[in-house]
Design a protein around this ligand. Structure first.
Ligand SMILES: [Zn+2]
Length: 138
């Protein structure tokens, strides 16, 4: 099982404070460009399509699909003794692909195309890490 992954405190800066503060309330905020409507990822207050810095932070629905995944046997840094665990790109229903973990399941059972639902892992800092678990209705 991979339910005991470490939850290191993420790096935060001016552009991501709003994003990380919301995670502590169980919300995954997506920055959406106010001028062109692009969903911006990774979180920052700068549109990669039109360079606008006018951004609205909109809560994601929390559902996604495994876009690619791998089972890590031996991690690095804080994850050194956490393996095996799943490192995955999850494509959110809103479009962005997040690098994340799929937890609460047998790591070897995770497949591309699986439906997954958002969960948060609280860190010791003022932030929680967005991760995913298999969605119930498979
Ligand atoms: Zn834009």
């Amino acid at each position: 099982m991979s339910g005991n992954l470490p939850s290191p405190i993420p790096l935060m800066d001016e552009g991501t404070t709003a994003f990380w503060q919301a995670t502590t309330q169980g919300k995954l905020l997506l920055p959406i460009c106010r001028s062109c409507g692009s969903v911006i990822w990774y979180p920052r207050a700068l549109c990669h399509d039109c360079s606008s810095t006018e951004v609205d932070w909109v809560p994601a629905g929390g559902l996604g699909t495994v876009y690619s995944c791998t089972v890590v046997g031996r991690g690095e840094g804080a994850y050194k003794d956490a393996g095996p665990y799943v490192l995955a790109y999850v494509e959110l229903a809103e479009g962005p692909r997040m690098l994340t973990n799929v937890v609460d399941c047998d790591p070897r059972s995770v497949r591309i195309g699986d439906q997954v639902a958002l969960v948060f892992a609280q860190t010791e800092g003022y932030a929680a890490l967005p991760r995913f678990r298999p969605a119930v209705s498979q």
